[in-house]
Design a protein around this ligand. Structure first.
Ligand code: FRU
Length: 493
């Protein structure tokens, strides 16, 4: 019985434990912007989350505002998120909020752009100085070609991202360091990472400057913006084409290369998957790499075509994955409903079972109680007594008959009686005692006295005659026994 209860309880507990998923972690994601590159990163994180159901993301976008980003980080701290992923808008301005989170005991992963100081848990981002170096290499290549064609000084129009962000400063530094000592004129205009800003900046620049020999934009979107500005220039039809380089290698940039709008780009991985994997490692106490710098490579038109193909395949895979996810969600919901039904059913069965058990238990207790109060023994005793008394009654009758038949026989004694009743001396004593409450001799005497009393009352026999008749040794002894039994002398009638 106990085993069955344990089994049933384990089944119910197992079923309910299925519904209690493992520890859930809430991750705050603070994105500085919401452009195509960020969306790619968000997608990568979302995809990786499929294998980390223990985490849920809550994403907030600061739309390029340091104040908003700090406020959003503070709200994540107030919500006590388990981990924070921050892509800082500008290193110095966002640092205080990051430090607050870190000091509040929240692990912080810095993604893509760095913050100053080292109060953060892990960093994952591209090699921006290397990006700048690649730009310098490309500029040098283009310059050598241009010298052959034009034989004049070389002008580079650099479209910069937000200058307080580490990628902007590092890319610029990598590029200028790479061009060190070369007769190259660099004109930098701010594009703040946005296509529209780049368009405006380039439009303004070319309205007051001769066309640059080359344009390097610190991201693909700004490169496309620059291309649009050049295309929209009044004398664009007659102008020589200006080679443009972007950075990122996102689909927009690759497409622009394939379409001949820009010349090349440098990859700048977002690796949202790695960010999530690192978060999972930190949360589960596994070892992780504190500072991950991602590789960057140059993408020429040929590589762009290849990467575009991969993109398209990946997009298709993502769509398939999305459908699979939707289906598995549906199956999961169905299973959950079924599991709830099962739990309900099992609980019902268990309750019923416990009720039956309780009923049986109390019934048994009632019985035990009755037994304790000797209801049953009494019943048994009565039955036993009935059986016994039947046997004893028969014996008592035989005893009385045998004794009564020999009252006048002077040989009637214990031995004689035993022989008559076919009982040993001990048996005779025990059984006579049981039915008559006295020993055999006393019983014989009692029967003689009762007969004597009868004779005295029903005949004219004298005390002497009666005593003799019933084998008393003398009339005096008879009188004494008679008085002991009836409480008065035989003469008193
Ligand atoms: C996206 C972006 C990318 C750039 C990176 C630098 O928001 O502007 O284009 O490479 O950020 O942090």
């Amino acid at each position: 019985m106990r085993n069955i209860i344990i089994y049933l309880l384990s089944v119910v507990l197992f079923c309910s434990s299925c519904s209690t998923r493992q520890t859930q972690y809430k991750i705050g994601v603070s994105q500085c912007l919401d452009d195509a590159w960020r969306q790619k990163m968000n997608q990568e994180m979302a995809r990786e989350l499929l294998i980390h159901p223990e985490m849920t993301l809550s994403t907030r976008v600061a739309h390029g505002s340091n104040e908003l980003q700090c406020a959003q980080i503070d709200s994540f701290i107030a919500e006590r998120v388990d981990l924070l992923i921050v892509s800082p808008n500008e290193a110095e301005d966002v640092k205080p909020a990051v430090t607050r989170a870190y000091r509040a005991g929240i692990p912080v992963i810095i993604a893509d752009r760095r913050v100053t100081g080292d109060e953060w848990t892990a960093f994952i981002g591209g090699d921006n100085y290397k990006v700048g170096s690649l730009m310098a290499e490309w500029i040098k290549e283009q310059r050598s070609k241009a010298k052959r064609t034009h034989g004049r000084s070389f002008t580079v129009l650099e479209i910069m991202g937000l200058d307080g962000s580490t990628p902007a400063t590092l890319r610029h530094k990598g590029m200028t360091d790479g061009l060190e000592g070369l007769p190259v004129e660099i004109h930098s205009v701010p594009g703040y990472w946005h296509q529209e800003n780049a368009y405006d900046a380039v439009t303004q620049y070319i309205s007051s400057h001769p066309l640059p020999d080359i344009v390097v934009a610190q991201n693909d979107l700004m490169a496309v913006g620059a291309a649009e500005a050049l295309r929209d220039h009044p004398s664009s039809a007659t102008n020589r084409p200006v080679p443009i380089m972007g950075v990122d290698g996102i689909q927009v940039g690759l497409q622009a290369i394939e379409d001949g709008v820009i010349s090349c780009t440098a990859t700048y991985s977002s690796r949202g998957d790695l960010v999530i994997e690192t978060a999972a490692r930190i949360l589960s106490g596994k070892p992780y790499v504190r500072d991950t710098v991602l590789e960057t490579v140059m993408v020429d038109p040929e590589a762009a075509v290849l990467l575009l193909m991969q993109y398209r395949e990946r997009n298709h895979d993502l769509e398939t994955l999305h459908i699979v996810q939707l289906r598995s969600d549906a199956v999961w919901h169905e299973m959950r409903a079924e599991r709830h039904m099962l739990i309900l059913l099992m609980t019902g069965v268990l309750v019923l079972f416990l009720m039956v058990l309780a009923f049986l238990f109390y019934k048994q207790r009632g019985l035990q109680h009755a037994l304790k109060n000797e209801v049953v023994p009494q019943l048994e005793n009565v039955q036993e007594a009935i059986q016994l008394s039947r046997r004893d009654e028969a014996f008592a009758e035989r005893l009385r008959k045998v004794v009564d038949d020999h009252l006048s026989n002077p040989n009637l004694n214990v031995e004689y009686l035993g022989t008559m009743l076919q009982l040993s001396r001990t048996q005779l004593f025990r059984r006579v005692k049981t039915v008559a409450g006295k020993g055999p001799l006393d019983y014989i005497r009692e029967r003689r006295l009762i007969r004597a009393d009868e004779l005295l009352h029903t005949t004219d026999m004298t005390i002497q005659q009666v005593a003799l008749e019933l084998c008393f040794s003398s009339a005096g002894y008879f009188a004494k026994c008679y008085k002991d039994h009836f409480g008065h002398l035989p003469s008193v009638r």
